[in-house]
Design a protein around this ligand. Structure first.
Ligand SMILES: Cc1cc2nc3c(=O)[nH]c(=O)nc-3n(C[C@H](O)[C@H](O)[C@H](O)COP(=O)(O)O)c2cc1C
Length: 373
């Protein structure tokens, strides 16, 4: 292992000007749900978790954060629709800023990936459809996740959901975040509109590609108008089929979105690699994000299955401007430094990804200097 000063510069560790932000490197913390925000309120232990992963000039995206009281589908995920939540986030954001980090809030609505117990007054979750999700095994491979059949949103209700994203973005700025990432991926509400295997609507939000993408683009427009396009990113996973949310022509969908986004001049477009088709599964596949990268006239982020070598390659080959790391960053709070030194990596423990302890599997992954050499 070389010392930090001797280490040669690798592409991932070159600076990058992302809109108004001067990034010192291109290794981005992925949005990672951790289920430790009891009663949907971010907790003080998240101050340590996020500041451990902060580097001066490094970009981080928060865990998915609910836009309203209908947005939740899991135990103890954070929200940003109440004053209490905004105040709690402020402490976390301040700690990140104190170390020179750039921090975006991922704003989220789960749609039908929910059940009545997470909903106000035990009501049905909302979606583009009223087709339910089948029960499935949870990530521990033992417990069964069950879902309450959703209620299809009426056409005249959709503007109020768009408005929830707008208000959440405003709250994120109030909490001090540098901007937001709209969660348009992984089978959640926005994706439930995008994908033709779920969206069975016959109104102006269903049918053609233009109609299925309308909800996502209305959110982009509303959020950009509220906080400025230069503070808005969006994440899509056209190729994924999480939560039974697949599309018959993901390449066409991804290209349509990339082209349509050009109109809004937003900060970035973030896409998940086709090799990640379901949670934590890497498959070999012939598809690529390069056509979307080329179609989008702005900053392009990629995620999904990247390591040091592959991330460097993506930068050198101009397939991305920034590379987003999930599991490796979760387990290696000093990931950019480890990449710089080509140091060994801690292994992630998936058994503690979604447990609720404020320390174990959360803030107890060791830093380089605390490990025996
Ligand atoms: C524990 C865990 C939580 C996740 N939570 C989110 C989330 O809140 N929002 C999101 O868009 N993706 C989420 N993802 C997906 C990651 O952001 C990332 O795309 C995925 O892990 C693949 O990247 P990786 O191979 O670098 O881990 C999560 C993944 C994991 C493992």
């Amino acid at each position: 292992m070389t010392s930090e000063t001797e280490a040669p510069t690798i592409p991932l560790l070159t600076p990058y000007k992302m809109g108004n932000f001067n990034l010192s490197h291109r290794v981005v913390l992925a949005p990672l749900t951790r289920q430790r925000s009891y009663n949907n309120v971010p907790q003080p232990h998240a101050i340590l978790y996020y500041s451990q992963r902060t580097s001066k000039g490094g970009l981080m995206i928060s865990e998915a954060t609910g836009v309203s009281d209908t947005a939740q589908g899991y135990q103890d995920t954070p929200g940003i629709w109440t004053k209490e939540q905004v105040e709690a986030w402020k402490l976390i954001v301040d700690a990140v800023h104190a170390k020179g980090g750039i921090f975006l809030c991922q704003i989220w609505h789960v749609g039908r990936v929910s059940k009545a117990e997470f909903q106000p007054n035990g009501q049905a979750p909302i979606s583009s459809t009223d087709n339910p999700l089948e029960p499935r095994l949870k990530s521990n491979g033992i417990d069964l996740a069950e879902f309450t059949p959703p209620r299809r949103l009426r056409t005249d209700e959709i503007p109020s959901i768009v408005n929830d994203f707008r208000l959440a973005a405003r709250n994120a700025i109030e909490a001090g975040f540098d901007g937001v990432e709209i969660h348009g991926a992984h089978g959640y509400l926005v994706d439930q509109f995008l994908k033709d295997q779920v969206n069975d609507r016959t109104d102006k939000y269903g049918g053609s590609l233009e109609n299925r993408c309308r909800f996502a683009l209305e959110i982009v427009e509303a959020v950009a108008n509220e906080i400025g396009a230069e503070r808005v990113g969006i994440r899509f996973s056209p190729f994924a089929n999480y939560a039974d949310c697949g599309d018959s022509n993901p390449k066409e969908l991804g290209l349509y979105l990339a082209n349509a986004l050009n109109k809004y001049g937003i900060l970035y477009c973030h896409m998940v690699e086709p090799r990640i088709t379901a949670v934590e599964k890497n498959v070999e596949c012939p598809h690529s994000l390069v056509p979307m990268r080329k179609a989008f006239n702005g900053i392009f982020l990629v995620a999904g299955g990247y390591d040091r070598e592959d991330g460097n390659k993506a930068i050198v080959e101009d397939r991305a401007d920034l590379v987003v790391y999930g599991r490796l960053f979760l387990a290696n709070p000093d990931l950019p430094k480890r990449f710089k030194l080509n140091a060994p990596l801690n292994k992630y423990n998936r058994d503690t990804f979604y447990t609720s302890d404020p320390i174990v599997g959360y803030t107890d992954y060791p830093f380089l200097e605390t490990q025996a050499s």
